[in-house]
Design a protein. Structure first.
Length: 404
Protein backbone atom coordinates (compact mmCIF):
# COMPACT_ATOMS: atom_id res chain seq x y z
CA UNK A 1 0.00 0.00 0.00
CA UNK A 2 1.48 3.33 -1.08
CA UNK A 3 1.75 5.92 1.67
CA UNK A 4 2.51 9.55 0.83
CA UNK A 5 2.89 11.58 4.06
CA UNK A 6 -0.58 11.45 5.67
CA UNK A 7 -2.29 10.28 2.47
CA UNK A 8 -2.98 6.60 1.76
CA UNK A 9 -3.92 5.36 -1.70
CA UNK A 10 -5.93 2.35 -0.61
CA UNK A 11 -6.13 0.69 -4.05
CA UNK A 12 -2.97 2.07 -5.59
CA UNK A 13 -4.86 3.64 -8.51
CA UNK A 14 -5.88 6.98 -6.98
CA UNK A 15 -9.56 6.05 -6.73
CA UNK A 16 -9.72 5.86 -2.92
CA UNK A 17 -7.33 8.14 -1.01
CA UNK A 18 -7.59 8.24 2.78
CA UNK A 19 -6.18 11.08 4.86
CA UNK A 20 -6.36 12.34 8.42
CA UNK A 21 -7.65 15.88 8.81
CA UNK A 22 -6.02 17.54 11.82
CA UNK A 23 -7.99 19.36 14.53
CA UNK A 24 -9.02 19.08 18.15
CA UNK A 25 -10.60 15.74 17.22
CA UNK A 26 -8.78 14.42 14.09
CA UNK A 27 -11.05 12.48 11.73
CA UNK A 28 -10.33 10.45 8.62
CA UNK A 29 -11.61 11.78 5.30
CA UNK A 30 -11.56 10.10 1.90
CA UNK A 31 -11.12 11.45 -1.63
CA UNK A 32 -12.97 9.39 -4.23
CA UNK A 33 -12.46 9.22 -7.98
CA UNK A 34 -14.63 7.17 -10.37
CA UNK A 35 -13.58 6.34 -13.97
CA UNK A 36 -15.25 8.42 -16.72
CA UNK A 37 -16.52 10.98 -14.18
CA UNK A 38 -14.94 14.42 -13.83
CA UNK A 39 -13.75 15.74 -10.46
CA UNK A 40 -13.40 14.25 -7.01
CA UNK A 41 -15.77 13.63 -4.13
CA UNK A 42 -14.58 14.29 -0.57
CA UNK A 43 -16.35 12.53 2.30
CA UNK A 44 -15.77 12.48 6.05
CA UNK A 45 -15.75 9.05 7.67
CA UNK A 46 -16.50 10.79 10.98
CA UNK A 47 -14.12 8.45 12.81
CA UNK A 48 -10.53 8.55 14.10
CA UNK A 49 -10.25 4.74 13.91
CA UNK A 50 -8.21 3.91 10.82
CA UNK A 51 -9.60 0.40 10.30
CA UNK A 52 -13.17 1.66 10.52
CA UNK A 53 -12.27 4.54 8.19
CA UNK A 54 -10.88 2.10 5.59
CA UNK A 55 -14.07 0.02 5.72
CA UNK A 56 -16.27 3.11 5.30
CA UNK A 57 -14.08 4.45 2.49
CA UNK A 58 -14.51 1.21 0.52
CA UNK A 59 -18.27 1.34 1.04
CA UNK A 60 -18.41 5.01 -0.04
CA UNK A 61 -16.55 4.14 -3.24
CA UNK A 62 -18.88 1.24 -4.10
CA UNK A 63 -21.93 3.47 -3.56
CA UNK A 64 -20.48 6.28 -5.66
CA UNK A 65 -19.40 3.90 -8.44
CA UNK A 66 -22.94 2.51 -8.71
CA UNK A 67 -24.41 6.02 -8.52
CA UNK A 68 -22.30 7.18 -11.49
CA UNK A 69 -23.12 4.06 -13.50
CA UNK A 70 -26.86 4.73 -13.32
CA UNK A 71 -26.48 8.32 -14.47
CA UNK A 72 -25.49 10.23 -11.35
CA UNK A 73 -22.78 12.83 -10.94
CA UNK A 74 -19.87 13.25 -8.55
CA UNK A 75 -20.86 16.85 -7.85
CA UNK A 76 -24.29 15.85 -6.49
CA UNK A 77 -25.71 19.36 -6.61
CA UNK A 78 -29.22 19.93 -5.38
CA UNK A 79 -32.09 20.95 -7.63
CA UNK A 80 -31.92 24.43 -6.05
CA UNK A 81 -28.18 24.74 -6.82
CA UNK A 82 -28.69 23.88 -10.48
CA UNK A 83 -31.77 26.13 -10.70
CA UNK A 84 -29.71 29.11 -9.54
CA UNK A 85 -26.97 28.37 -12.08
CA UNK A 86 -29.56 27.83 -14.86
CA UNK A 87 -31.36 31.05 -14.00
CA UNK A 88 -28.14 33.09 -14.09
CA UNK A 89 -27.13 31.50 -17.37
CA UNK A 90 -30.44 32.46 -18.99
CA UNK A 91 -30.28 35.98 -17.51
CA UNK A 92 -26.81 36.51 -18.97
CA UNK A 93 -28.23 35.76 -22.42
CA UNK A 94 -30.81 38.57 -22.21
CA UNK A 95 -30.18 41.86 -23.95
CA UNK A 96 -32.29 43.59 -21.31
CA UNK A 97 -31.75 42.74 -17.67
CA UNK A 98 -35.41 43.37 -16.81
CA UNK A 99 -36.63 40.73 -19.30
CA UNK A 100 -39.15 38.37 -17.70
CA UNK A 101 -38.43 34.68 -18.21
CA UNK A 102 -41.58 32.56 -18.12
CA UNK A 103 -39.60 29.32 -17.99
CA UNK A 104 -37.76 30.46 -14.87
CA UNK A 105 -41.03 31.64 -13.33
CA UNK A 106 -42.70 28.28 -14.02
CA UNK A 107 -39.93 26.38 -12.22
CA UNK A 108 -39.53 28.87 -9.38
CA UNK A 109 -43.22 28.99 -8.42
CA UNK A 110 -43.72 25.35 -7.42
CA UNK A 111 -40.99 22.91 -8.53
CA UNK A 112 -38.22 24.78 -6.73
CA UNK A 113 -39.94 24.38 -3.37
CA UNK A 114 -40.82 20.76 -4.03
CA UNK A 115 -37.47 19.53 -5.40
CA UNK A 116 -35.16 22.20 -3.94
CA UNK A 117 -33.13 20.05 -1.52
CA UNK A 118 -33.19 16.89 -3.65
CA UNK A 119 -30.01 15.81 -5.42
CA UNK A 120 -30.71 16.49 -9.07
CA UNK A 121 -28.84 13.41 -10.26
CA UNK A 122 -31.08 11.14 -8.21
CA UNK A 123 -34.43 12.34 -9.58
CA UNK A 124 -36.47 9.66 -11.37
CA UNK A 125 -39.68 9.47 -13.38
CA UNK A 126 -41.37 8.23 -10.21
CA UNK A 127 -40.46 11.50 -8.46
CA UNK A 128 -42.14 13.52 -11.21
CA UNK A 129 -45.29 11.39 -11.20
CA UNK A 130 -45.49 12.12 -7.46
CA UNK A 131 -44.88 15.80 -8.19
CA UNK A 132 -47.79 15.99 -10.65
CA UNK A 133 -50.09 14.42 -8.06
CA UNK A 134 -48.92 16.98 -5.49
CA UNK A 135 -49.11 19.86 -7.94
CA UNK A 136 -52.74 19.19 -8.85
CA UNK A 137 -53.65 19.77 -5.20
CA UNK A 138 -51.31 22.70 -4.55
CA UNK A 139 -51.95 25.96 -6.41
CA UNK A 140 -52.27 29.65 -5.64
CA UNK A 141 -55.24 30.80 -7.68
CA UNK A 142 -56.98 28.02 -9.57
CA UNK A 143 -56.47 24.32 -10.15
CA UNK A 144 -53.97 23.82 -12.98
CA UNK A 145 -55.05 22.12 -16.20
CA UNK A 146 -52.95 19.37 -17.74
CA UNK A 147 -51.91 21.86 -20.44
CA UNK A 148 -50.62 24.23 -17.74
CA UNK A 149 -48.70 21.40 -16.09
CA UNK A 150 -47.18 20.39 -19.42
CA UNK A 151 -45.94 23.96 -19.94
CA UNK A 152 -44.43 23.71 -16.47
CA UNK A 153 -42.93 20.35 -17.46
CA UNK A 154 -41.29 21.91 -20.52
CA UNK A 155 -39.65 24.54 -18.32
CA UNK A 156 -38.31 21.91 -15.89
CA UNK A 157 -37.12 19.84 -18.87
CA UNK A 158 -35.10 22.85 -20.01
CA UNK A 159 -33.42 22.95 -16.59
CA UNK A 160 -32.65 19.21 -16.78
CA UNK A 161 -31.12 19.66 -20.23
CA UNK A 162 -28.92 22.42 -18.80
CA UNK A 163 -27.94 20.07 -15.95
CA UNK A 164 -26.77 17.51 -18.51
CA UNK A 165 -24.79 20.10 -20.45
CA UNK A 166 -23.04 21.27 -17.29
CA UNK A 167 -22.25 17.78 -16.05
CA UNK A 168 -24.63 17.75 -13.08
CA UNK A 169 -26.21 14.60 -14.52
CA UNK A 170 -24.52 12.18 -16.89
CA UNK A 171 -27.48 10.83 -18.84
CA UNK A 172 -30.42 12.57 -20.60
CA UNK A 173 -33.56 12.55 -18.50
CA UNK A 174 -37.04 12.81 -19.99
CA UNK A 175 -39.73 14.07 -17.64
CA UNK A 176 -43.03 12.19 -18.10
CA UNK A 177 -45.66 14.20 -19.94
CA UNK A 178 -49.27 14.42 -18.84
CA UNK A 179 -51.86 13.14 -21.29
CA UNK A 180 -54.31 15.89 -22.12
CA UNK A 181 -57.97 15.39 -22.94
CA UNK A 182 -58.48 17.03 -26.29
CA UNK A 183 -57.32 20.53 -27.21
CA UNK A 184 -58.31 23.65 -25.28
CA UNK A 185 -58.16 26.31 -27.96
CA UNK A 186 -58.19 29.85 -26.65
CA UNK A 187 -61.34 31.70 -27.70
CA UNK A 188 -60.88 34.25 -30.45
CA UNK A 189 -63.20 36.58 -32.37
CA UNK A 190 -65.25 36.21 -35.52
CA UNK A 191 -64.79 38.83 -38.20
CA UNK A 192 -68.23 40.22 -37.34
CA UNK A 193 -67.18 40.57 -33.70
CA UNK A 194 -63.87 42.11 -34.76
CA UNK A 195 -65.73 44.74 -36.78
CA UNK A 196 -67.82 45.56 -33.69
CA UNK A 197 -64.61 45.90 -31.66
CA UNK A 198 -62.73 48.16 -34.09
CA UNK A 199 -65.79 50.35 -34.62
CA UNK A 200 -66.89 50.38 -31.00
CA UNK A 201 -63.41 51.15 -29.68
CA UNK A 202 -63.37 54.49 -31.48
CA UNK A 203 -66.58 55.58 -29.72
CA UNK A 204 -65.34 54.08 -26.41
CA UNK A 205 -62.11 56.06 -26.61
CA UNK A 206 -63.90 59.28 -27.53
CA UNK A 207 -66.32 58.82 -24.64
CA UNK A 208 -63.29 58.73 -22.36
CA UNK A 209 -62.74 62.47 -22.92
CA UNK A 210 -65.79 63.26 -20.82
CA UNK A 211 -65.15 60.82 -17.97
CA UNK A 212 -61.40 61.22 -17.54
CA UNK A 213 -60.41 57.87 -19.06
CA UNK A 214 -59.36 58.98 -22.53
CA UNK A 215 -55.64 58.27 -22.17
CA UNK A 216 -55.85 54.68 -20.87
CA UNK A 217 -58.54 53.87 -23.44
CA UNK A 218 -56.50 55.35 -26.26
CA UNK A 219 -53.42 53.35 -25.21
CA UNK A 220 -55.46 50.15 -24.94
CA UNK A 221 -56.86 50.77 -28.42
CA UNK A 222 -53.34 50.86 -29.92
CA UNK A 223 -52.36 47.83 -27.85
CA UNK A 224 -55.32 45.80 -29.15
CA UNK A 225 -54.68 46.82 -32.75
CA UNK A 226 -50.97 46.11 -32.54
CA UNK A 227 -51.30 42.67 -30.92
CA UNK A 228 -54.02 41.57 -33.32
CA UNK A 229 -51.83 42.55 -36.27
CA UNK A 230 -48.57 41.05 -35.04
CA UNK A 231 -49.33 37.95 -32.95
CA UNK A 232 -46.83 39.10 -30.32
CA UNK A 233 -47.31 37.57 -26.88
CA UNK A 234 -48.44 39.77 -23.99
CA UNK A 235 -45.21 39.26 -22.05
CA UNK A 236 -43.14 39.98 -25.15
CA UNK A 237 -44.94 43.25 -25.88
CA UNK A 238 -44.48 44.38 -22.30
CA UNK A 239 -40.71 44.70 -22.77
CA UNK A 240 -40.67 46.15 -26.30
CA UNK A 241 -38.86 49.50 -26.41
CA UNK A 242 -38.62 52.07 -29.18
CA UNK A 243 -35.17 50.73 -29.97
CA UNK A 244 -36.79 47.38 -30.83
CA UNK A 245 -38.97 48.93 -33.55
CA UNK A 246 -37.77 49.36 -37.13
CA UNK A 247 -39.22 49.34 -40.63
CA UNK A 248 -38.27 47.83 -43.98
CA UNK A 249 -39.26 48.69 -47.51
CA UNK A 250 -40.99 45.93 -49.50
CA UNK A 251 -42.74 45.88 -52.82
CA UNK A 252 -46.11 46.53 -51.19
CA UNK A 253 -44.78 49.43 -49.08
CA UNK A 254 -43.24 49.77 -45.61
CA UNK A 255 -43.57 47.10 -42.94
CA UNK A 256 -42.87 47.34 -39.22
CA UNK A 257 -40.37 44.91 -37.68
CA UNK A 258 -40.46 44.44 -33.88
CA UNK A 259 -37.67 42.62 -32.06
CA UNK A 260 -38.99 40.60 -29.12
CA UNK A 261 -37.53 38.24 -26.54
CA UNK A 262 -39.95 35.47 -25.67
CA UNK A 263 -40.27 31.79 -24.80
CA UNK A 264 -38.30 30.78 -27.88
CA UNK A 265 -35.63 33.45 -27.48
CA UNK A 266 -34.99 36.51 -29.61
CA UNK A 267 -36.85 36.91 -32.88
CA UNK A 268 -37.96 39.64 -35.28
CA UNK A 269 -41.70 39.89 -35.89
CA UNK A 270 -43.00 41.13 -39.22
CA UNK A 271 -46.21 43.04 -38.51
CA UNK A 272 -49.21 43.46 -40.79
CA UNK A 273 -49.34 46.58 -42.94
CA UNK A 274 -50.72 49.52 -40.96
CA UNK A 275 -48.97 48.83 -37.66
CA UNK A 276 -46.78 51.87 -38.17
CA UNK A 277 -49.95 53.92 -37.62
CA UNK A 278 -50.54 52.51 -34.14
CA UNK A 279 -46.90 53.03 -33.18
CA UNK A 280 -46.90 56.63 -34.43
CA UNK A 281 -49.93 57.34 -32.28
CA UNK A 282 -48.11 55.99 -29.21
CA UNK A 283 -44.97 57.94 -30.08
CA UNK A 284 -46.93 61.19 -30.51
CA UNK A 285 -48.73 60.60 -27.21
CA UNK A 286 -45.40 60.23 -25.45
CA UNK A 287 -44.06 63.34 -27.18
CA UNK A 288 -46.96 65.30 -25.73
CA UNK A 289 -46.02 64.00 -22.25
CA UNK A 290 -42.46 65.23 -22.78
CA UNK A 291 -43.45 68.70 -24.06
CA UNK A 292 -42.52 67.85 -27.62
CA UNK A 293 -39.34 65.94 -26.81
CA UNK A 294 -38.64 62.49 -28.18
CA UNK A 295 -38.90 59.55 -25.76
CA UNK A 296 -35.63 57.68 -25.02
CA UNK A 297 -35.02 54.70 -27.31
CA UNK A 298 -34.77 52.36 -24.31
CA UNK A 299 -38.21 53.38 -23.03
CA UNK A 300 -41.07 50.83 -23.24
CA UNK A 301 -43.57 51.52 -26.01
CA UNK A 302 -46.45 50.81 -23.62
CA UNK A 303 -45.21 52.78 -20.62
CA UNK A 304 -47.01 53.87 -17.50
CA UNK A 305 -46.44 57.62 -17.85
CA UNK A 306 -46.63 58.07 -14.07
CA UNK A 307 -44.31 55.30 -12.84
CA UNK A 308 -42.09 55.16 -15.92
CA UNK A 309 -42.39 51.35 -15.95
CA UNK A 310 -44.07 49.07 -18.51
CA UNK A 311 -47.83 48.76 -18.12
CA UNK A 312 -48.35 45.50 -16.24
CA UNK A 313 -51.82 44.46 -17.36
CA UNK A 314 -54.62 45.59 -19.69
CA UNK A 315 -57.12 42.99 -18.51
CA UNK A 316 -59.55 45.33 -16.72
CA UNK A 317 -59.65 47.82 -19.58
CA UNK A 318 -59.93 45.00 -22.12
CA UNK A 319 -63.00 43.58 -20.39
CA UNK A 320 -64.53 47.06 -20.14
CA UNK A 321 -63.98 47.60 -23.86
CA UNK A 322 -65.56 44.26 -24.83
CA UNK A 323 -68.58 45.03 -22.67
CA UNK A 324 -68.97 48.46 -24.32
CA UNK A 325 -68.68 46.90 -27.79
CA UNK A 326 -71.28 44.27 -26.81
CA UNK A 327 -68.89 41.40 -27.51
CA UNK A 328 -69.26 38.58 -24.92
CA UNK A 329 -66.25 38.08 -22.66
CA UNK A 330 -67.01 34.35 -22.34
CA UNK A 331 -67.08 32.05 -25.33
CA UNK A 332 -67.27 28.23 -25.36
CA UNK A 333 -66.90 28.24 -21.58
CA UNK A 334 -63.64 30.21 -21.62
CA UNK A 335 -62.92 33.89 -21.03
CA UNK A 336 -61.54 36.02 -23.80
CA UNK A 337 -58.39 37.83 -22.69
CA UNK A 338 -55.80 40.02 -24.41
CA UNK A 339 -54.10 36.72 -25.35
CA UNK A 340 -57.10 36.05 -27.61
CA UNK A 341 -55.69 38.75 -29.89
CA UNK A 342 -52.70 36.51 -30.68
CA UNK A 343 -55.09 33.67 -31.52
CA UNK A 344 -57.10 36.01 -33.72
CA UNK A 345 -53.93 37.00 -35.57
CA UNK A 346 -52.96 33.36 -36.16
CA UNK A 347 -56.44 32.42 -37.34
CA UNK A 348 -56.75 35.31 -39.80
CA UNK A 349 -53.26 34.81 -41.21
CA UNK A 350 -53.97 31.13 -41.91
CA UNK A 351 -57.23 32.06 -43.57
CA UNK A 352 -55.16 34.45 -45.65
CA UNK A 353 -53.28 31.34 -46.89
CA UNK A 354 -49.92 31.90 -45.20
CA UNK A 355 -47.50 28.97 -45.04
CA UNK A 356 -47.71 27.45 -41.51
CA UNK A 357 -43.90 27.29 -41.28
CA UNK A 358 -43.58 31.03 -41.91
CA UNK A 359 -46.41 31.78 -39.49
CA UNK A 360 -44.81 29.61 -36.78
CA UNK A 361 -41.50 31.43 -37.25
CA UNK A 362 -43.17 34.84 -37.01
CA UNK A 363 -45.20 33.88 -33.92
CA UNK A 364 -42.26 32.23 -32.14
CA UNK A 365 -43.79 28.77 -31.99
CA UNK A 366 -43.58 25.45 -33.83
CA UNK A 367 -45.45 24.09 -36.85
CA UNK A 368 -46.64 21.30 -34.55
CA UNK A 369 -48.31 23.85 -32.25
CA UNK A 370 -49.80 25.70 -35.23
CA UNK A 371 -51.35 22.45 -36.47
CA UNK A 372 -52.50 21.56 -32.94
CA UNK A 373 -54.29 24.82 -32.18
CA UNK A 374 -55.26 25.93 -35.70
CA UNK A 375 -55.63 22.56 -37.43
CA UNK A 376 -59.37 22.99 -37.66
CA UNK A 377 -58.90 25.69 -40.31
CA UNK A 378 -55.98 24.21 -42.23
CA UNK A 379 -56.52 23.19 -45.85
CA UNK A 380 -54.11 21.96 -48.57
CA UNK A 381 -54.15 25.46 -50.04
CA UNK A 382 -53.17 27.04 -46.73
CA UNK A 383 -50.27 24.65 -46.29
CA UNK A 384 -48.85 25.31 -49.78
CA UNK A 385 -47.66 28.92 -49.79
CA UNK A 386 -48.43 32.55 -49.04
CA UNK A 387 -50.83 33.92 -51.61
CA UNK A 388 -53.11 36.23 -49.71
CA UNK A 389 -53.20 38.43 -46.63
CA UNK A 390 -55.93 39.73 -44.40
CA UNK A 391 -57.16 43.29 -44.56
CA UNK A 392 -56.41 44.68 -41.09
CA UNK A 393 -54.37 47.65 -42.24
CA UNK A 394 -54.76 51.30 -41.29
CA UNK A 395 -53.47 54.56 -42.68
CA UNK A 396 -52.73 57.95 -41.14
CA UNK A 397 -51.35 61.08 -42.72
CA UNK A 398 -47.62 61.37 -42.02
CA UNK A 399 -45.89 64.75 -41.73
CA UNK A 400 -43.55 64.07 -38.79
CA UNK A 401 -40.33 62.08 -38.32
CA UNK A 402 -40.07 58.88 -36.29
CA UNK A 403 -37.13 56.62 -35.34
CA UNK A 404 -38.74 53.63 -37.09
Amino acid sequence: MAIDRDYEDLRGDGRIVLFLREGKKPKYHVRLKVPNASGYKFVSTKTSDRNEAVRLAMNFYDELYHHIKVGGSIKSNTFADVFKEWKNSRRNAYQKIETKDRSVEYVATYALDYFGKARIDQLTAKDFHAYWDWRKLNFKRKKPTDDTLNRERNAIQSLMKFALQRGHVTKPFKIPKLETKGINRRPTFTLAEWKKITTGMRAWVEEGRSNGHWRERFVLQQYVLLLSNSGIRIGEMRTVTWDDVSTIEVEAGRLVIIKVNGKTGLREVVCNPGCEVFLRRMYDLRRSDLDGGDPPLNEPVFINHISGKPIGSFKVGFNSMLKYCEVPITKDGMNRTPYSLRHFYGTQRLRGNINPYILAKNMGTSVEMIEKFYGHILTPDIVSSIKKTTNQSAKDAVDKSYPF
